[in-house]
Design a protein around this ligand. Structure first.
Ligand SMILES: C[S@@+](CC[C@H](N)C(=O)[O-])C[C@H]1O[C@@H](n2cnc3c(N)ncnc32)[C@H](O)[C@@H]1O
Length: 277
């Protein structure tokens, strides 16, 4: 392996970061139910000091800043320069700061935080156990963790529906290794529990949380949106033009089958995870 987390750092400063930046308003709207659930689990109080890991453009950092005022503050940490720049533009306040850094290596002040929070930002570490042990040291002895992460790829219709449609045309297409860093790396609850336990955490609790994700108004727009934000454009890019067109038609048909008078909606399946130091 090269330098720690290098592939993810390059991706989030490259194509994936650019896609997230271009569509974060849509992503923020789609993810609101998930952050609300994680914030409820975090049970933040005025005066607390919070670390928002993998904060991206800062929507949750902003929410946290409101909830810990007066007297509290929040630090958003992220490896992506363009996303941290956008967060700094969008979220300003005397109780908010952003760090452009790898959360698994950054020398945080020991015991500086009450709470470690994350919305979909802790599944990208090459060595999650080491990363959580490192993050734990940044928490107070009575500190706690609350984050939301995706369950498995096949439980998440926003991935499964277009992926299966693509597999109808490209039967050899395999989903990514579920244990590799990526959105579904924490899908397996036993892996999350092992990771947190190895990182030194106790009282680990995981609750399934499902919510609909609005894709777009009709099948054509939904196909465009699916290609813009998901991994599917990358999968199709490797195919011949004929297969690419067949893949697009198949994904479009799968989305059309989900269309209702209120547009296309696919479900998301997440874990709400809490633990204590
Ligand atoms: C799926 S996005 C979620 C962003 C944001 N939390 C949200 O919900 O909009 C994952 C974020 O984790 C960040 N990330 C990945 N690896 C990281 C690391 N080692 N340290 C800090 N941030 C990381 C990425 O740059 C990206 O912004």
């Amino acid at each position: 392996m090269g330098e720690m987390n290098q592939r993810q750092i390059e991706d989030w400063n490259g194509p994936r970061g650019a896609r997230w930046l271009a569509h974060h308003a849509w992503l923020d709207r789609s993810f609101t139910a998930f952050s609300e659930a994680a914030l409820r689990a975090a049970n933040l109080r005025a005066g607390e000091i919070v670390l928002d890991v993998g904060c991206g453009p800062g929507a949750t950092t902003h929410e946290i800043a409101q909830r810990v005022a007066p007297g509290g503050r929040v630090v958003g940490v992220d490896v992506s320069a363009p996303l941290v720049q956008r967060a700094r533009e969008l979220v300003q306040g005397t109780n908010v700061a952003f760090e452009l850094a790898d959360a698994s290596l950054h020398p945080f002040e020991p015991g500086a935080f009450d709470v470690l929070f994350s919305r979909f930002g802790v599944m990208f570490f090459d060595e999650p156990e080491r990363a959580f042990a490192h993050l734990r040291a940044a928490l107070r002895p009575d500190g706690r963790v609350a984050f939301v992460c995706w369950r498995t790829a096949m439980e998440n219709d926003w991935f499964r529906v277009p992926f299966r449609a693509l597999q109808d045309v490209l039967p050899h297409l395999a989903p990514a290794d579920p244990s590799a860093p990526g959105p579904f790396a924490f899908g397996d609850r036993h892996r999350v529990e092992r990771t947190l336990r190895a990182g030194g955490f106790a009282n680990i609790a995981m609750t399934p949380f499902d919510a609909p994700l609005y894709v777009a108004a009709d099948a054509d727009e939904s196909l465009d949106q699916t290609l813009r934000v998901g991994p599917f454009a990358g999968m199709l890019a490797e195919q011949s033009e004929d297969m690419r067109q067949r893949g697009l038609s198949s994904i479009r048909a799968s989305l059309a089958a989900r269309a209702t008078g209120r547009g296309v909606t696919l479900s998301g399946a997440a874990w709400i995870v809490t633990a204590d130091v």
